[in-house]
Design a protein around this ligand. Structure first.
Ligand SMILES: [Zn+2]
Length: 339
């Protein structure tokens, strides 16, 4: 019996030392210590052992079992450690490798054009002022000399929140709000988003941006307006740019004009950009209507002023020679990254 146990132990230890992985060890465990294992078979044979020898044999079997279990346990721990350290090695991060690059965005072409515009006017002493996009009808229309029956108030053009509140159709209500404070003189640039109930096409969008300017002081004349916009055109579109003022009508200015600049692409010779005319329409402007000054509590006998409005998208499209306004809003980075 003793020799048999000795043989089992030696064989087991030999197998354990040769085991390559957990699977091998588990197989050994089952083959020796399992229900049908070799050592279990020895225990089952105890009934053939003389009763007086049983305690001794039992002790021997237990010792054998303990030796094998200890060896198995040691080897299993060693293999588990090896597996873990192998895994760690494979997953080691080389902190000296360059990291994955994040895709970095940049300013939207509209924003770049706006900042260029603002820079020109800040250079002339203008202050940038913003106002609410959801605006009272009173500021958006009434105070700006747009009567109730004016076509601009038509529901087809204006988004009404209720009968007194609209999504502003222009940035001009900012002018009314500034004039109303009564702080003189006024020299402001009011950029912002405006809303019209327009169908989307290459040149229209229900939401777009305006940049409006307003100057009110004693002795402001049309000559100041012309000089300012001429200077703006030269700084923004190039030093050789010429301006042309065409009479026009706006309810909030009198007299009013639309301003064309010489085509910055062909210098006025005529090209595809300017549709052969050599001129490009760029903005609307005029002397602030006395009614508007009066509505805002300013005495038109003492103060005069001028105002102008630039379509930001129009300037952006021109500046970057983009032929479809929708491209500015689709936010396709493949397009936007070009600017
Ligand atoms: Zn041209």
């Amino acid at each position: 019996m003793k020799e048999k146990l000795q043989a089992i132990t030696e064989e087991a230890l030999e197998k354990i030392s040769k085991a390559k992985d957990m699977e091998d060890l588990n197989a050994i465990k089952v083959a020796i210590l399992g229900k049908k294992g070799e050592l279990t078979a020895v225990l089952k044979g105890m009934k053939d052992v003389a009763p007086e020898d049983r305690p001794l044999v039992g002790q021997l079997v237990n010792d054998t079992r303990a030796v094998i279990e200890e060896s198995l346990d040691k080897e299993m721990k060693a293999i588990a450690r090896a597996v873990r350290s192998g895994k760690m090695k494979r997953e080691t991060i080389d902190v000296t490798l360059p990291g994955a690059k994040l895709i970095r965005g940049h300013r939207h072409p509209n924003q770049v054009a706006l900042e260029d515009l603002e820079r020109v006017f800040i250079g002339m002493g203008y202050e940038i002022v913003e106002g609410p996009e959801v605006e009272y009808d009173k500021y958006n229309f009434e105070m700006l000399n747009i009567p109730a029956n004016h076509p601009a108030k038509d529901e087809q053009d204006t988004f009404y929140i209720n009968k007194d509140i609209v999504l502003r159709t222009q940035t001009s209500p900012v002018q009314a709000r500034v004039m109303e404070t009564g702080k003189m003189p006024i020299r402001i640039l009011a950029p912002g988003r405006v809303f019209r109930s327009d169908e989307v096409d290459a040149t229209h969008s229900p939401s777009f941006h305006q940049v409006e300017g307003l100057v009110v002081d004693k002795g402001i004349t049309f000559a100041d307006l012309k000089g300012t916009l001429d200077q703006f055109a030269k700084e923004f579109f190039g030093p050789n740019t010429k301006t042309k003022f065409r009479p026009h009508h706006f309810p909030f200015t009198e007299p009013s004009a639309e301003v064309d600049i010489t085509c910055f692409k062909c210098g006025g010779k005529g090209c595809r950009m300017c549709k052969g005319s050599g001129w490009i329409e760029i903005l609307g402007c005029g002397m602030v209507h006395p009614n508007v000054l009066r509505n805002c509590g300013i005495d038109p006998e003492v103060y005069t002023g001028f105002a102008f409005g630039i379509g930001l998208e129009r300037v952006t499209l021109l500046k970057y020679e983009i032929d479809d306004m929708r491209l500015l809003y689709e936010n396709d980075t493949r397009f936007l990254n070009q600017f």
